[in-house]
Design a protein around this ligand. Structure first.
Ligand SMILES: [Zn+2]
Length: 128
C-alpha cells in the first residue's frame, strides 16, 4: 500500500524535530494536494500503526486537502482548475485544461504532500 510508505517517510521526517519539544503530540496536520491519489482512511490507518511506540503514538492525523490551482501558458489564466462533475459534487474531479481556453495547463498547486504543523499538548507525559 502506497499510503504506508508515504506515512513512514512523514513520520521519519517529523520525529527528529520533536526532540526539542517536550509534551504530548496532539495532532499532526498534513497538507495533501487533491491530485494526490491517497486515501485519507488508509493514511489514518497507516499512521495509527506506524506511529505505535513513537512520540506520535495516540496523536490524531489531520489531512487538509489543498485545492488544485492551474496556470495557463496560452491565455494567462491562473486560478482554480475546471472540474468534471457537478460544482457542488464532493467527488468532482479537477480537469487539467484551461477553463478559459481549454489549452493544457501547468499545475501550480494540488500535488503537494507535507506535514504542515504539529500541535503539542502542555500536559505532561503520564503514560511512561
Ligand atoms: Zn487558457
Amino acid at each position: 500500500m502506497h499510503e504506508y510508505s508515504v506515512v513512514d517517510a512523514l513520520i521519519s521526517a517529523v520525529l527528529p524535530r520533536l526532540t526539542e519539544h517536550p509534551g504530548r503530540v496532539k495532532t499532526l496536520v498534513l497538507k495533501k494536494g487533491e491530485l494526490r491519489i491517497l486515501s485519507d482512511r488508509a493514511l489514518g490507518n497507516a499512521f495509527e500503526i506506524l506511529s505505535h511506540g513513537t512520540r506520535l503514538a495516540g496523536a490524531q492525523l489531520v489531512v487538509e486537502v489543498v485545492p488544485t490551482v492551474v496556470a495557463c501558458p496560452a491565455c494567462g489564466y491562473r486560478g482554480a482548475a475546471g472540474r468534471l462533475g457537478e460544482a457542488d459534487d464532493h467527488f468532482s474531479i479537477p480537469v487539467l485544461a484551461c477553463p478559459e481556453c481549454t489549452a493544457p495547463v501547468d499545475v501550480v498547486a494540488g500535488r503537494e504532500l507535507y506535514v504542515d504543523h504539529v500541535t503539542l499538548s502542555d500536559e505532561p507525559l503520564t503514560d511512561a
